[in-house]
Design a protein around this ligand. Structure first.
Ligand SMILES: *Cc1c(COP(=O)(O)O)cnc(C)c1O
Length: 227
């Protein structure tokens, strides 16, 4: 059976999330997004069989080919950078975590209007300021929140961020609490921005302590990726 360790791995992750929620005291609900990129369609199926409802992919094309083969009603999340010419291929997705620029926001909003159903999105914020990471600068969030207010084609549900790889606990905490502040700015501008997508296999406990509502977990559930 592929991914036969998944139920045990998931049980441990759920326990750690539970404890982190108690330590953090934010009182949120945490949803696990099982990141199935690079694995075949058996990974989302294994996630479903283990009781998960949400899977994440970082490429539209790869996700689309899995969606064709996977019959179970999973919610698909796009977590990787998206090119503007791909927005018309997003109908199968529940939530786009990676809206990382005003130009992409414009393209997503136009498509949301055209299909008469808003695109459900998170604003990706580059809290850590690493040059290799995409996303809005924290200083630009307030202005963008105001600009997006009139966009009927978008439902801005919150913020996504990525912490630097191998960051110290203090840096992780600063990055994740910065994302929480960006989400508060979105809400202050009137957006329904209650989601915080933050935390991966190496740092999800700190993210949950800081209020994460969506954790994006790959290797801790499925084992090392080969690609
Ligand atoms: C791959 C990926 C993840 C999952 O990473 P793991 O360390 O395997 O948990 C989470 N978020 C994004 C944006 C990713 O690309």
């Amino acid at each position: 059976m592929p991914f036969q360790d998944l139920p045990a791995r998931l049980a441990e992750v759920r326990e750690r999330i539970e404890l982190a929620m108690e330590r953090g005291g934010h009182g949120q609900t945490v949803t696990i997004v099982a990141v199935t990129k690079t694995y075949g369609p058996d990974a989302p199926v294994a996630a479903w069989n283990a009781g998960l409802k949400d899977v994440g992919e970082n490429r539209v094309q790869e996700a689309a080919s899995k969606m064709l083969e996977v019959r179970v009603p999973l919610r698909w999340h796009l977590i990787g950078h998206l090119q503007r010419n791909k927005v018309k291929e997003l109908d199968g997705f529940h939530l786009v975590h990676s809206m990382d620029s005003p130009r992409l926001a414009d393209a997503l909003a136009s498509y949301g209007l055209a299909r008469v159903r808003p695109m459900e999105v998170l604003l990706q914020v580059n809290v850590s300021g690493e040059g290799t990471k995409g996303g809005y600068e924290p200083a630009d969030v307030e202005r963008e929140a105001a600009r997006l207010k009139g966009f009927a084609g978008l439902a801005v549900r919150g913020v996504m961020t990525m912490a630097p790889f191998d960051a110290s606990g203090a840096v992780l905490r600063a990055v994740f609490s910065g994302a929480r502040e960006s989400a508060a700015l979105l809400r202050a501008a009137g957006h329904p921005a209650t989601e915080l997508s933050m935390g991966m296999s190496g740092d999800y406990e700190v993210a949950v302590e800081e209020g994460a509502t969506l954790v994006r977990l790959g290797t801790v559930l499925f084992g090392a990726r080969s690609a």
